[in-house]
Design a protein around this ligand. Structure first.
Ligand code: FES
Length: 123
């Protein structure tokens, strides 16, 4: 069996929503101390709905695919729904990640939560 699903490869090779949002309403940056990978998430929020989201990830294929999928999952969603997005849901949407790569999807969950916390702290 291939190490990565087709969806992981697709989101790694053609990541969605890569970039920066100038004047973002919330920005979250998290890192994994062990591997040194970093993920930064930018949110544009209007009336508690995520109207736009972009990310920058300096990391492994799983981290990039997870960030890409996570942005797709929260775009257009309410803050409370985005807040409850788990890394497991991100991995499932990617048709799975190898067990030893699950921690990479945790970065996506944490980056979104950090960006929402940032937004709330500024309100
Ligand atoms: Fe660091 Fe995947 S190995 S996030």
């Amino acid at each position: 069996m291939a190490l990565y699903s087709e969806k992981v490869m697709d989101h790694f090779m053609n990541p969605r929503n890569v970039g920066v949002i100038e004047n973002a309403d919330g920005v979250g940056e998290v890192g994994n101390a062990k591997c040194g990978d970093i993920m930064k998430m930018y949110l544009k929020i209007d009336d508690d709905v995520i109207t736009d989201v972009k990310f920058e990830t300096f990391g492994c294929a799983s981290a990039i695919a997870s960030s890409s999928m996570a942005t797709e999952l929260i775009k257009g969603k309410k803050l409370e729904d985005a807040m409850s997005l788990t890394n497991k849901a991100v991995a499932e949407a990617l048709d799975g990640l190898p067990d030893y790569k699950m921690h990479c999807s945790v970065l996506a969950e944490e980056a979104i939560q950090a960006a929402i916390d940032d937004y709330k702290s500024k309100k």
